[in-house]
Design a protein around this ligand. Structure first.
Ligand code: GDP
Length: 479
């Protein structure tokens, strides 16, 4: 909340000398580059006969904007990649995360026992890799629906004795919808009935063609149980990471995402943060959603105190006054007053917004949005009772794309509409078509909360007709 004499003078159209003279009148000996505070500015402006009203709002918005300035390319340095493990239940996601963590603990210097804090880092060839320790595409997409883009690379775990399963396909589609590259880990190769080739064969049906078959999908055979193939998997992650040229600017106030947060009886709010840009330091003021505070202490995944956290580094942070929400963005700010102000403003804004309806794509207003130029693509998720219907709908939908609007089916699957489907729809601004399936009440509630349009049909033609009608503005609104 300070401004230099020079800046202030030019803003009110006076010379610096005139301002300095006024300052002297107040008993302040100032030079041209000296900074004067808001109160002094107000007095001098009054003196000059200017009506200025230093609104804290404007000041704080300006400071916030300053904290959001884009980084210059020359300030960007390479940063470690952030990896999420996905795949069908029981295919070994948790085991793989454990295996990677343990392999690394023995290879680095002694430290405490690794605790589950929601993310951890390992080192290989002097390069770090960050793993998000909550496996599964559900967590991944729930975060994405909240606006967080955390993951750089997805590891798709497929058990070699089981092959591609419904959640494998879901995971593929969720990763693709997020534009995240996939590395396949064919797991459980230690088992007698493991057939890794079958897994690779099945993956081709989902546009993942492994390198040995002429595709560009990297695949590694592993056994999480026997700790085999882990090194090679890490190598491949580093390879993909290098190709992605991931960068961040460590020399700015930190910004990132809340990975986990809870209220600890003894320590108060405890949050695991992933720093994505800048450097977070003990003593920094911090705001996330409507929660704010000052970083009192930071710990790594082994419970060791750290003074700072750099890009892609996860840390446990103490010092929030309230528990922030997982998936929310956090930001370090110059002072705690500003952090409090932002948090309060957000809280009131949030209350306002809860009363309003967020604009989302729905079939009812699709045409309006097309005409307004808001929509170039209609993103759809299809759930049906049998695979045949998914395929039939997919083919009919493909044919509906026009020059104005492209139809993009991001996920089709057999079974009821689930909350995960709603989260994917929310994260991707998609509508959900249910064919001969019904969402249960929890799913309906989630859809309502996320403002996701669910359409239920029994006849394929009806679904196609509705979408055609919506694209041309002829749909009768559904009530
Ligand atoms: P998740 O549901 O994907 O997290 O799967 P888990 O990691 O919980 O593993 C499911 C089961 O598969 C557990 O009983 C594991 O011990 C077993 N499992 C995981 N990886 C391997 C492996 O590489 N080989 C064998 N034989 N079993 C494994």
């Amino acid at each position: 909340e300070v401004v230099s004499v020079q800046d202030f003078a030019s803003r009110i159209g006076k010379t610096a000398a005139e301002v300095i003279k006024k300052l002297m009148g107040l008993g302040i000996m100032a030079t041209i580059n000296q900074e004067i505070d808001a109160e002094t500015v107000q007095i001098i402006a009054d003196d000059f006969g200017f009506e200025i009203n230093i609104k804290p709002e404007e000041n704080e918005e300006t400071m916030l904007l300053a904290a959001e300035t884009e980084d210059k390319p020359e300030d960007l340095l390479p940063r470690p990649c952030v990896v999420t493990v996905m795949g069908h239940v029981d295919h070994g996601k948790t085991s793989l995360l454990d295996a990677i963590r343990e392999t690394n603990v023995t290879s680095t210097e002694a430290g405490g026992i690794t605790q589950h804090i929601g993310a951890y880092q390992v080192e290989r060839n002097n390069k770090k890799i960050t793993f998000v320790d909550t496996p599964g595409h559900e967590a991944f997409t729930a975060m994405r629906a909240r606006g967080a883009k955390v993951t750089d690379i997805a590891i798709l775990v497929v058990a070699a004795d089981d092959g591609v399963m419904p959640q494998t396909i879901e995971a593929i589609n969720h990763a693709k919808a997020a534009g995240v590259p996939i590395i396949v880990a064919v797991n459980k190769i230690d088992k007698d009935n493991a057939v890794p080739e079958k897994v690779k064969q099945e993956l081709t049906k989902h546009e993942l063609v492994v390198e040995e078959w002429g595709g560009d999908t990297i695949s590694v055979n592993v056994s999480a149980l026997k700790r085999e193939g882990i090194d090679e998997l890490l190598e491949m992650i580093l390879l993909v990471s290098e190709m992605a040229e991931l960068k961040a600017n460590p020399n700015r106030p930190a910004k990132g995402t809340i990975i986990e947060a809870e209220l600890d009886k003894a320590r108060g709010p405890v949050a695991t943060l992933l720093v994505q840009n800048g450097t977070l330091r003990v003593g920094d003021s911090i705001v996330s959603g409507a929660a704010f505070g000052k970083v009192r202490a930071m710990m790594d995944e082994r419970g060791r105190k750290v003074e700072k956290a750099e890009p892609s580094q996860p840390v446990v942070v103490l010092g929030f006054h309230d528990v922030p929400q997982a998936g929310d963005i956090f930001q370090a700010l110059d002072d705690e007053k500003l952090a409090r102000y932002v948090a309060e403003k957000r809280l009131s804004k949030k209350r306002e917004e809860e009363l309003k309806v967020a604009p989302r794509v729905s079939l009812d207003d699709l045409f309006k949005q097309i005409q307004a130029g808001n929509v170039k693509e209609l993103t759809i998720i299809v759930k049906a009772d049998v695979q045949g219907s998914v395929e039939a709908l997919k083919q009919s939908l493909d044919r509906l794309s026009t020059d104005e609007v492209k139809i993009n089916l991001i996920h089709g699957g057999v079974g009821a509409v689930t909350e995960t489907d709603i989260m994917l729809a929310s994260a991707s601004n998609a509508i959900v078509i249910g064919f001969n399936v019904r969402p249960d009440s929890n799913v309906r509630k989630a859809a309502e909360a996320e403002q996701v349009d669910i359409r239920l049909y029994r006849v394929i033609y009806d679904a196609i007709d509705d979408i055609k009608a919506a694209m041309s503005g002829l749909l009768d609104p559904e009530f």
